[in-house]
Design a protein around this ligand. Structure first.
Ligand code: SAM
Length: 474
């Protein structure tokens, strides 16, 4: 594999690129019909939500919250919440992918529709990303899960909203087993996760994969005769010329043309004395790098071990497009610390919230579909169940929505150990009364209207949001 020499270290004659004043700005932006001004998005209407079930509020911290409603006005509402704005350490979202399909749960209920296409889809997501950026802590991270349909367009939106310099990884995940595709193209088994941070200082707990015997043998193919330790051979020189000691002779040899020694001749002598230099038959030195199991193999940006529903023993809620819990735990562990606040604004069955709970983080989940809310409640109350065989198994037992809020399971379920609030947006209150049999505050509808009007004309809130944003966008 060739490594380029950065232009700051290159001594050769460089071909320069002419730039006129007109093309001094090298940023690339995405333009499409219906792209709204940032100010309009930030200052639109806020949701009014009501706690219909769950633990009491805590004025000092954010208790876990499950919101039922459209995430756009709810995210906007959270901008006015001092316990949330600028306090979210990690966001993971797995939004619709513009597939133009309707997804059904395992027991054949319509779960959610994914019908927005092209520019409409891009703007739908951009609006939410702009709000999420405001909620993120300065050292926070965001992961956006997509497939090959819209990943390129959304990468450009992410560059615009979070800054290209805060792009960290384009993760490729193997999402399913190998497909025996009948179409004349390669089987499609990958989806993608775009990882960005809000700034260049961010929480990062490097994940490691364990070493396998095959991988050790592959990467460290040689065995040292004296110590029996496995090692690999790497060059002792690097690209680029140098004028100092590393550009001069070592043991009568100059570094190869256009290269320099990686260490000074004195250090190379020391390495050789310790048996860390390998000499080939024709006298070429290479450095021996010995295998050290350390914490494992630093994780790379291709993820092969987090397929969704790979076998019949896998435990799931049965919500369509439910993601692999271990993958979410990996993300939560890498980009947050215990006690941190984690947000998923397209939470579906609540995989992110379960991962956050398992690792001692607090969470906020939002979804607009009743099926998703039922899946979250099922996960936290009754638990998930083995996937089983889709063809021969009877469909998973169906529960009525209000049964999922039944606190009789309190002691045995996550309801007991992971207390949370269930909050409902004003336009879902009637449905909540019927489906979940929850008590709705008598003046809820009325107060929602008056509060909405109050917020919409609150110039201080608008001005504060816009001021923060002007800085980012300029
Ligand atoms: C791909 S699924 C998420 C699955 C989830 N990651 C899981 O592991 O179960 C996308 C979810 O986004 C929700 N959704 C779509 N548009 C929404 C909106 N405007 N507000 C809130 N939720 C929305 C859908 O109802 C659906 O549950």
């Amino acid at each position: 594999m060739a490594t380029g020499v950065s232009t700051t270290k290159w001594n050769g004659e460089r071909q320069s690129i002419e730039r006129t004043a007109a093309d001094a700005d090298l940023s690339v932006t995405l333009s499409y019909a219906g792209k709204k001004p940032v100010a309009e998005i930030l200052s639109g209407p806020c949701a009014q939500t009501f706690k219909v079930w769950g633990v009491a509020d805590d004025p000092t911290t954010t208790v876990n919250r499950l919101y039922w409603g459209d995430n756009l006005p709810i995210l906007r509402m959270l901008l006015n919440d001092d316990r949330v704005r600028g306090k979210v350490r990690l966001v993971y979202i797995d939004p619709p992918y513009a597939t133009n399909s309707v997804f059904q749960s395992r027991d054949q209920k319509d779960a959610y529709a994914d019908l927005l296409q092209g520019a409409q889809f891009v703007e739908f997501l951009r609006e939410r990303l702009l709000l999420i950026r405001e909620l993120l802590a300065d050292d926070g991270s965001i992961y956006v899960h997509l497939d090959d349909n819209m990943a390129f367009e959304i990468k450009m939106v992410m560059d615009e909203v979070f800054g290209k310099e805060h792009f960290q990884n384009w993760i490729t995940r193997k999402k399913c087993s190998t497909k025996n595709t009948t179409r004349n193209r390669f089987g499609n088994i990958a989806d993608y996760i775009l990882f960005y941070t809000k700034s260049s200082e961010f929480v990062w707990n490097r994940p490691f994969d364990p070493w396998s015997e095959d991988k050790i043998a592959d990467e460290y193919p040689y065995v040292d005769e004296k110590t029996g330790r496995r090692y690999k051979r790497v060059p002792v020189h690097a690209p680029g010329t140098r004028n100092g000691a590393t550009g001069g002779k070592w043991r009568g040899m100059l570094p190869p043309k256009g290269k320099h020694w990686q260490y000074t001749p004195t250090t190379l002598d020391e390495l050789d004395a310790k048996g860390e230099i390998y000499w080939s038959k024709n006298g070429n030195p290479r450095r021996k790098v010995f295998f050290d199991p350390g914490k494992g193999v630093p994780q790379q940006d291709i993820w092969l071990n987090y397929r969704d529903s790979i076998n019949q023993n896998m435990v799931i809620t049965g919500y369509p497009t439910e993601k692999n819990l271990a993958m979410l735990e990996n993300i939560v562990a890498a980009s947050s610390n215990p006690g941190d606040l984690v947000l998923d604004a397209f939470c579906g069955s609540g995989t992110t919230m379960q991962a956050a709970y398992n690792l001692g983080r607090r969470w906020i989940g939002i979804d607009r579909e009743e099926e998703a809310i039922c899946a979250v409640l099922k996960r936290f109350n009754i638990g998930s169940e083995k996937m089983g065989d889709f063809v021969t198994d009877k469909a998973a037992k169906s529960y009525k929505p209000h049964e999922l809020l039944d606190e009789r399971n309190f002691a045995q379920s996550l309801f007991g150990t992971c207390p949370f609030q269930f909050l409902v947006a004003s336009d879902k209150l009637d449905q909540a009364k019927v489906s979940f049999k929850v008590k709705v505050p008598p003046d809820a509808k009325h107060s929602s209207l008056s509060n909405l009007a109050k917020r919409a004309v609150d110039p201080a809130i608008k001005a504060a949001s816009l001021a923060v944003f002007a800085k980012v966008i300029s």
